[in-house]
Write a protein that binds this ligand. Structure first.
Ligand code: CTP
Ligand code: MG
Length: 228
């Protein structure tokens, strides 16, 4: 598919508990500088050109999520998530069944710059069927092997972020295949790769960091101060 103006639907997976963050509420509802992560994630996507959003929310928090997103400038639906991230993506996909261009984004990456979102969209509209933002790995890497370990050449490695962008039909096929084949995937590009589909890289951004533990919230607050 190549269509420079195809509308873009985004699935924002927000149904995780955030066990490593350790708050009594789901991570996507935790605020950074006064605004919940899920709202910041949706705003970043809309700023990057997304025209429709499906938020996959934790069970029991659908109404709260919907109220947090009531005044977003594009249509937003809220659906309930599943046990694992890939279940939540699949449930979100069911709500964007007709979309040709679909982005999948983690609510846990609230500060992704709009230009990264726009790059992903542009590549999918230009005909790439599975697009991921990546960054080089900066630490030295070792593989733990029993009592010992061995060095892994980091030059060939990339850290993968979201939003990842897809041809909608491919993403639906990929998740149906993963379900049928009982594949466990931690991101959506890997579900496409399991069908033999090549993955296209765009340059990610450090500000698209994933909020995992309390340290990351401090970094996010600092990033937001630089944007004021
Ligand atoms: N996610 C989801 N449904 C799940 C699990 C995760 O929608 N069953 C979402 C999270 O809300 C998050 C993204 O997938 O936006 C990435 O997951 P992660 O950062 O691991 O978040 P949590 O699973 O919530 O955190 P933890 O693993 O620390 O519990
Ligand atoms: Mg998790």
């Amino acid at each position: 598919m190549s269509n420079k103006t195809a509308p873009v639907a985004a699935i924002v997976v927000a149904a995780g508990s955030g066990s490593r963050l350790g708050y009594p509420i789901p991570k996507a509802l935790v605020e950074v500088a006064g605004v919940p992560l899920v709202r910041r994630a949706v705003d970043s996507l809309v700023e990057g050109g997304v025209s429709r959003v499906v938020v996959v929310a934790p069970d029991g928090h659908l109404e709260l999520c919907a109220s947090l997103l009531a005044d977003v400038a594009v249509p937003v639906d809220v659906v309930v998530g599943g046990a694992e991230r890939q279940d939540s993506v699949r449930l979100g996909l069911a709500a964007v069944a007709e979309a040709d261009v679909v982005l999948v984004h983690d609510a846990a990456r609230p500060l992704v710059p709009a230009h990264v979102v726009a790059d992903v969209v542009e590549r999918v509209r230009g005909g790439a069927r599975a697009v991921v933002p990546v960054l080089p790995v900066v630490d030295s890497i070792r593989a733990a092997a029993g009592e010992g370990s061995r060095v892994v050449d980091r030059a060939g490695l990339r850290a993968v972020q979201t939003p990842q962008g897809f041809d909608g039909a491919l993403l639906r096929d990929a998740h149906a295949h993963a379900l049928a084949a009982e594949l466990v995937v931690t991101d959506d590009a890997s579900a496409c790769e399991a069908l033999g589909e090549p993955v296209t890289f765009v340059t990610g951004h450090r500000e698209a960091l994933k909020i995992t533990d309390p340290f990351d919230l401090l970094v996010a607050e600092a990033i937001l101060r630089t944007r004021e």
